[in-house]
Design a protein around this ligand. Structure first.
Ligand code: ADP
Ligand code: MG
Length: 163
């Protein structure tokens, strides 16, 4: 089953509010794969997730560290795999173990798809709209993990949903 929802935001704070609405549905073991060009808002989205999980620390881009870990209502593993040149590098991240603890968000994660569990949530951010501060976001999933929560996700995103 393939599911998709489209949404629009009008600025960084709006994207963080939307991400916080998504975070309320997150469960231990969830994986979010974030796609979108540099500056699309992947880190901004993750900051909104972190705020909603009650993480006080400032969430910054893990471009050079590959992975940052935060403790909130759930643990948050924040990865940015932009610099991974070979798929084998990703083995160093020990994804299977990460995915067992908390919520994992991977920026540029679509390149790892062959190694990821199929039941993740894809979030794609696009620069699109009347100003530089507008974004379009696509939420999609093929796996069972989100099928049971899809109506709840659609309801949570209603304020931003594309007509
Ligand atoms: P990425 O992680 O995708 O490279 P960042 O989240 O680091 O992108 O940066 C996004 C930049 O775009 C930030 O400077 C942010 O303030 C700006 N921005 C403007 N409008 C939006 C929006 N609607 N959503 C997210 N970020 C936005
Ligand atoms: Mg980023």
């Amino acid at each position: 089953m393939s599911l998709e929802i489209w949404a629009r935001t009008s600025g960084p704070i709006d994207t963080q509010r939307l991400a916080a609405a998504v975070a309320d549905l997150l469960e231990n073991g969830d994986l979010l794969v974030l796609a979108g060009d540099l500056g699309a808002g992947k880190t901004c989205f993750t900051q909104g997730i972190g705020q909603a999980l009650g993480i006080d620390q400032r969430i910054t881009s893990p471009t050079f560290t590959l992975a940052n870990h935060y403790q909130g209502r759930l643990e948050l593993n924040h990865l940015d795999v932009y610099r991974i040149e070979q798929l084998s590098d990703s083995l160093d991240l020990d994804l299977p173990e990460l995915l067992e603890t908390g919520v994992t968000v991977i920026e540029w994660g679509e390149q790892l798809t062959p190694e990821l569990p199929s039941s993740h949530l894809n979030v794609k951010l696009l620069l699109d709209g009347p100003t530089d501060d507008h974004r379009r976001l696509s939420f999609s999933s093929d796996g069972v993990a989100w099928a049971g929560r899809w109506d709840a996700l659609a309801a949570a995103l209603e304020e931003w949903a594309e007509q």
